[in-house]
Design a protein around this ligand. Structure first.
Ligand SMILES: C[S@@+](CC[C@H](N)C(=O)[O-])C[C@H]1O[C@@H](n2cnc3c(N)ncnc32)[C@H](O)[C@@H]1O
Length: 248
């Protein structure tokens, strides 16, 4: 994985000042300088990521509720979504590569108990702010919040501490999503985390040890499996989900 510089922090308003001060103290980050290619703006609205993409300045604000998010999640939950086919419903699921939680929201809204683990502290903290902001939203409160927890840490370690029915891994970036917002999600994540696969070998081993029923790994359509022994796969439009049934 390519290395990224930590983002600079920008405060807006009194709440932003408070958050920036906390992040400086607790995460060892600095206030943004003139040349910082990636900035995180903190305000009473939560957090936004500013970054360069194709020579243009872009801004991404993570939102876990609202019409667009709710519509996207609902339509996946109500359709034959390949992720849900691979993971199942009413399971104890660990989403061990949480990112912006797009998949985790679908898993939780479909009735799974989801613990989402994110290794990048900035992404994890932005997720936590977005969850707090979504607590005002009736749909999120009813369909996601009761079954969704965010934990910041390395899943390869956290998975040793708890048992799950299913562990889900999405160590990759890319895909062929065409909606502008989705592209911006991934570009912002890449700006914070770097490119490429995420130490998938060690994580896969930890996932197999922690899962009682199965491990599900998202792959680009034509990519090789992360490990041999795929029990079956569920094809999607741009991806497929490799399912490893756990037999003890
Ligand atoms: C491709 S993104 C996942 C996108 C996610 N499925 C979504 O729906 O938004 C991969 C994420 O996994 C995180 N990650 C990679 N290795 C990890 C690990 N060992 N523990 C926790 N998070 C990890 C990365 O920091 C990155 O945010």
């Amino acid at each position: 994985m390519s290395k990224t510089e930590p983002p600079g922090l920008v405060a807006q308003g009194a709440r932003g000042e408070q958050l920036v001060e906390q992040w400086v103290q607790q995460l060892g980050l600095s206030r943004a300088g003139e040349d910082d290619p990636v900035r995180v703006v903190l305000s009473d609205q939560g957090g936004a990521v500013e970054f360069d993409v194709g020579g243009q300045r872009a801004r991404f604000r993570l939102q876990l509720c609202g019409r667009e998010v709710q519509g996207r999640v609902k339509s996946r939950v109500q359709s034959k979504d390949p992720l849900l086919k691979a993971v199942g419903r009413k399971k104890r699921v660990c989403d061990a590569t949480l990112g912006w939680g797009r998949d985790a929201l679908v898993l939780a809204a479909a009735g799974n108990e989801v613990v989402g683990i994110e290794r990048n502290v900035v992404v994890g903290r932005l997720m936590a702010l977005a969850v707090a902001a979504a607590m005002d939203d009736a749909w999120f409160l009813r369909w996601v919040a009761p079954r969704f927890r965010v934990q910041v840490g390395d899943a390869a370690t956290v998975l040793h501490e708890r048992a799950f029915d299913v562990v889900y891994l999405d160590p990759m970036f890319g895909g062929e999503d065409t909606k502008g917002q989705v592209k911006k999600d991934l570009a912002a994540l890449r700006a914070l985390v770097g490119e490429g696969e995420a130490g998938a070998g060690e994580l896969f081993a930890a996932a197999c040890a922690a899962a009682a029923e199965r491990v599900v790994v998202k792959r680009a359509k034509n990519a090789a499996p992360v490990a041999p022994g795929v029990s079956f796969d569920v094809p999607g439009k741009a991806h497929r989900f490799d399912v490893y049934d756990i037999v003890r």
